[in-house]
Design a binder for this molecule. Structure first.
Ligand SMILES: Cc1cc2nc3c(=O)[nH]c(=O)nc-3n(C[C@H](O)[C@H](O)[C@H](O)COP(=O)(O)O)c2cc1C
Length: 262
């Protein structure tokens, strides 16, 4: 088996770490790998923050839906969609004089710019995940970093055009984590289509979730009280943390959009 593919196929999220710090050169290799990721127009529309202050880690463990393992991770990297750097540069690069426009006339970043910057930041994050894996570290994404936008903005000194799209926590996996079973994925036929998108019908959903339902039954005396969809609707889709996610992202989006509409 190809070594890189093996690494990718064997990876699983790691949420418990050995009490062992990450050597500086290992951290640098992970950051260097992130920065070699493809980036739209080679603009590097992202920034990272390496959280080394334990007090900030402790706070993030609370603000990211109370996940204590964040505070225990020896390496915490945050990934931001960042158009602020380009926007600030456009103001000072001499372009206003050349084009005869004022600073206020410089186009402010819009929704498409944000999504492109999110792509950049997430692709860089995934390079960091794979590099960490190659160096013996486990990792876990923290999507809850998109919650509590106002708190994170203040805590991390974020300007308007810097959006915290993801955080990844890293550390050396405990033995228990190394042995943890890999979560299953859905069958390819429901995920990968050829040439055209295919919307699934009830029968296909039943087939798609058959294995999941069998697993639920095996934990519950052979009974299936609720479908997986019903469980997920309550536990995730309409949960308080999802409401907070959507509230928080809306505030952040308004920072980009309202300026655009002025
Ligand atoms: C965008 C994103 C956000 C995630 N957020 C969290 C999180 O806040 N807490 C957590 O424990 N895991 C989080 N995860 C990890 C997923 O739960 C995990 O990837 C999924 O269960 C599949 O497991 P695997 O990574 O071991 O294959 C996140 C993953 C992604 C890609």
């Amino acid at each position: 088996m190809n070594e890189t593919l093996n690494l990718i196929y064997q990876r699983r999220s790691v949420r418990a770490y050995e009490d062992k710090s990450v050597p500086a050169e290992v951290k640098q290799s992970i950051i260097d790998a992130a920065m070699r990721a493809p980036t739209a127009g080679n603009m590097m529309l992202y920034s990272m923050i390496d959280i080394t202050d334990q007090a900030i880690k402790d706070r993030l463990a609370e603000t990211c839906d109370n996940q204590p393992f964040i505070a225990k991770a020896p390496l915490v990297l945050m990934f931001f969609a960042d158009y602020q750097r380009w926007y600030d540069y456009f103001k000072v690069c001499g372009m206003t004089t050349a084009l005869g426009i004022s600073e206020n006339e410089i186009r402010t970043p819009e929704e498409g710019d944000l999504l492109l910057a999110c792509c950049d930041a997430l692709i860089a994050a995934q390079n960091a995940v794979v590099a960490a894996e190659a160096l013996g570290l486990g990792s876990c994404y923290i999507g809850d970093i998109m919650e509590n936008y106002e708190v994170h903005r203040e805590l991390l000194n974020l300007p308007d055009y810097v959006f915290p799209i993801s955080m990844v926590v890293f550390g050396y996996p405990t033995e228990q984590q190394k042995e943890r079973q890999q979560p299953e994925r859905f069958d390819k036929s429901f995920i990968v289509f050829e040439n055209k998108y295919k919307q699934l019908n009830k029968a296909e959903f039943d087939e798609m979730y058959a294995k999941t339902h069998e697993r639920i039954k095996s934990f519950n005396n052979g009974k299936l009280e609720k479908s997986f969809g019903e469980m997920m609707y309550i536990k995730k889709y309409t949960a308080d943390f999802t409401k907070e996610l959507n509230r928080s992202v809306r505030i952040a989006m308004d920072k980009w959009r309202l300026k655009t509409e002025q």
